[in-house]
Design a protein around this ligand. Structure first.
Ligand SMILES: [Fe+2]
Ligand SMILES: [Fe+2]
Length: 272
C-alpha cells in the first residue's frame, strides 16, 4: 500500500498599498481600501511562513496553492509574496500555483507582467500565464492546473472558464484513465447557482461540473471562498475548498491510498 500526500492552501492575500497613480483610476482604489481596512485585522500573514515550515518538515508529494496571493495584483505585492515562498521553491517538493481573481485584478500593464513573473517564479521557470491549462503527471495521480481568473469590473469577483479550457478537460477525460484525475483552480466548480453567489461564481464551468459529478474528474482543489469547506463522497472524491490560509490558519492535507483507491482529507490548524 502506498499513501501519497498533497498539501493544499489558498488565498494568502498579501496586503496592498497604492503603488502607482494609475491605481486611482481603476478597481485598485477600492481593492486597497478593502485590503487595508477590511482585511488587515482579519488576515495574519505570519501563518504563511509557518505553513512553509510545516511543508518543508513533512515533505508531501505535491503542494497546491490555488491563488489570491495578492490583494490587488500589483508588482510590490507579488514580490513581497514571493519572498515567503522562496524556501519552498529552493526545495525539490513539486509546487503548483494557479492565479486567483485578486492576482489577475486589473489590465494595467505593470500588474499583468508582475503576474507573469510571479507565475514563472512559482513554477521554478517552467510555466507562464499563457501555458494554462496544463497537466502534471505524478506516479499516483494526474493534476490539471486551471486559470479562470480574468479582470472584471469592481463589483464582480467571478471567474470564467474559457471554451478552450473546457475542451482541454474533455480531452483529458477521454484519455485512458489509469489513475485519479485532480483539477486545481481558484474557483469552486460545484455548488448551486443562487442570486447571492452570482457576483462571485465561476461561469462557463457546467461541463467541468458534470465531469466532477460523474467522477471522471476525481477531485477539485480550489479556494476563493475564504471559509474552508468540502463536498466529498465516501471515497473522498468531490471538491475541497482550502479556505484562506491567512484568515482561518488551515492547510488541507489530502492523502491518497493507492490500494484502497480512496482520498482522505485532514485539516491542519496552524493557529492552535
Ligand atoms: Fe480570496
Ligand atoms: Fe478569489
Amino acid at each position: 500500500m502506498a499513501l501519497k500526500r498533497i498539501i493544499h492552501f489558498s488565498d494568502t492575500h498579501e496586503p496592498a498599498t497604492l503603488e502607482h497613480w494609475h491605481a486611482l483610476f481603476d478597481k485598485r482604489m477600492a481593492g486597497v481600501f478593502n485590503s487595508s481596512v477590511m482585511r488587515r485585522k482579519r488576515h495574519d500573514l505570519q501563518l504563511l511562513p509557518r505553513a512553509v515550515e510545516y511543508i518543508l518538515e513533512t515533505r508531501p508529494d505535491c503542494v497546491v496553492f490555488t491563488g489570491d496571493a495578492t490583494s490587488c495584483g500589483q508588482p510590490g505585492e507579488f514580490s513581497r509574496a514571493l519572498k515567503f515562498f522562496k524556501p519552498l521553491l529552493k526545495s525539490d517538493i513539486p509546487f503548483l500555483y494557479v492565479p486567483g481573481n485578486h492576482d489577475a485584478y486589473v489590465r494595467d500593464r505593470a500588474c499583468v507582467s508582475a503576474l507573469k513573473r510571479f507565475t514563472l517564479a512559482l513554477s521554478r521557470g517552467k510555466y507562464s500565464v499563457e501555458d494554462y491549462p496544463f497537466a502534471l503527471e505524478f506516479d499516483a495521480f494526474r493534476i490539471i492546473a486551471l486559470h479562470c481568473a480574468r479582470p472584471f469590473n469592481p463589483v464582480l469577483s467571478c471567474g470564467y472558464m474559457e471554451p478552450e479550457t473546457v475542451r482541454f478537460l474533455m480531452r483529458e477525460a477521454a484519455r485512458l484513465k489509469k489513475k485519479p484525475l485532480i483539477c486545481a483552480g481558484h474557483f469552486p466548480i460545484l455548488g448551486r447557482f443562487s442570486f447571492a453567489s452570482a457576483r462571485r461564481r465561476l461561469y462557463g464551468a457546467g461541463g467541468a461540473a458534470g465531469l466532477l459529478r460523474d467522477r471522471i474528474i476525481d477531485l477539485s482543489l480550489c479556494g476563493h471562498v475564504h471559509k474552508p469547506y468540502e463536498l466529498l463522497d465516501a471515497s473522498g472524491r468531490g471538491e475541497i475548498v482550502a479556505g484562506s490560509l491567512t484568515r482561518y490558519g488551515t492547510l488541507a492535507e489530502i492523502t491518497y491510498d493507492t490500494e484502497a483507491d480512496t482520498f482522505r482529507l485532514r485539516r491542519i490548524h496552524l493557529n492552535r
